[in-house]
Design a protein around this ligand. Sequence first.
Ligand code: IFM
Length: 470
Amino acid sequence: MTQNEPRVFPPDFVWGAATASYQIEGAAREGGRTPSIWDTFSHTPGRVLGGDTGDVACDHFHRFRDDIDLMAGLGLGAYRFSVSWSRVQPTGRGPAVQTGLDFYRELVDGLLERGIAPALTLYHWDLPQELEDAGGWPARETAERFAEYATIVGEALGDRVAMWTTHNEPFCAALLGYGSGVHAPGRTEPESMLKAAHHLNLSHGLATQALRAVLPRSAQVGITFNPGVIRPFSDSPEDADAARRIDALHTRIFTDPVLHGSYPQDLRQDTARVSDWSFVRDGDEATIHQPIDFLGLNYYTPTVVSFAQDGAVKGNDGHGVSEHSQWVGSEDVVQFHPAPGEVTDMGWVIDPTGLTDLLLRFHREVPGLPLYVTENGAACPDKADDAGVVHDSDRIAYVHGHLAAAHKAMEQGVDLRGYFLWSLLDNFEWAYGYSKRFGMVHVDFETLQRTPKASARWYAEVIAAGQLPA
Ligand code: IFM
């Protein structure tokens, strides 16, 4: 295919957009909802830029009907959202709260009425604070509680939601939450980080079993990862080894047990000085290795690493990986480098080839498993004109480039079923608060008014045409 030909997607390709509960819902203290770790973290001075919190966020809890109208106006075929555990089972134990479940039932019904398929994620990082107080993800019991929560949500919505995801980016929940501490709950405990990763994996296995027991047979169950696209700085064997170490810690710590049923031996060796991994019990890896119906992949930017000559861990890849790479191996051996090229407002280099590489990797690793891009998008320094419209040609170029990269992977045989743009709305970007805008719909955080950006209109045209313009 030449540069000048439009890229046509299959007629049943799923065109979606994604959000997450804590980033958009607000209504933090309504309907019996109790604090999650992100409520606690964001209310702790110094944790989130500008002291921003998700107390109000986009107020989607009250405005979800308007937001569904916006989605319908764009012609979205699917909407990926997450459920707030604290809203449906406030203490993380025991009976569900009906008002919480009613909110998600109304949301799902509203989507279905407009012909938009709901794609539900059970966990996008907002653990009920009570469970964190009882030990959080480093505690094995949290995995068991998660399976109970999965049953509650599965029983409530299984008759109307066809696409179920257990976790979004467990990398962030474990490594950023318990390793580097830049995300909630803000702990910096190397062994807890590894335990958290294992219990997130275990909870995926247990929740998948729990969902299968209550969902109709036609329901699709999967998980979303944000695997690193790790590139060695040079061709040297030392830099290849640095890339291997970070790939193990960032990606294979999750993908190997989930997709293949065992932890990588090299990861166990690399991390031997912080843990003997005795928290992995007999049978755990088999439990984690449940059959899944699809794999969700999130991609934003690649990571470049090298061997650090002087043994120091340096640089920052923008994800916080560097802050915990010091626990990989018996010596501190990895240096992060800024990848060359233009960057988004997050400082993340724009490199669509990484998406093609990522899709091809998992196409080869798990042949026959349908893939979705469950997140991809750009934070841009948006400026509204006098009419309040943002002309975000930078975001359009980013999405265009990445859709073309996804199409290229499909030409090479990748079974890619859909693409979810991150994000529908500007929202609470975790430790960056409201300072970073990823939305294709602008949100005025004073008035909460929504205004579609140029990218929203562009995406609607792509969806309507089912193809990317040349
Ligand atoms: O906003 C986040 C989202 O919650 C998870 N994936 C990455 C996005 C951009 O940082």
